[in-house]
Ligand binder design. Sequence first.
Ligand SMILES: [Zn+2]
Length: 84
Amino acid sequence: MFGRRIEVTWLIHRKRGVIVLLDLKDGKCRSCGGQLQIVDVDDATMDAECSECGDSYRVEPNAFNDGGIKYWPEAMAAREAGEL
Ligand SMILES: [Zn+2]
């Protein structure tokens, strides 16, 4: 049985749970160009925070190059699992 292959390269497991990191080609910090991570999510928005300078943005689920099908569902799944 071939299930959905989950792409895990941008998930980093840490003590406090899963951190959803954005691929730099999909979006980066507007201030310093650093890597963004999703720190909160709900039905209509995501909160992205720069891992370099700490700037944060509230964005729509499709704000990045993934068309809303990659980061947002994974962030929602992480939140439902209590990991975000
Ligand atoms: Zn930054």
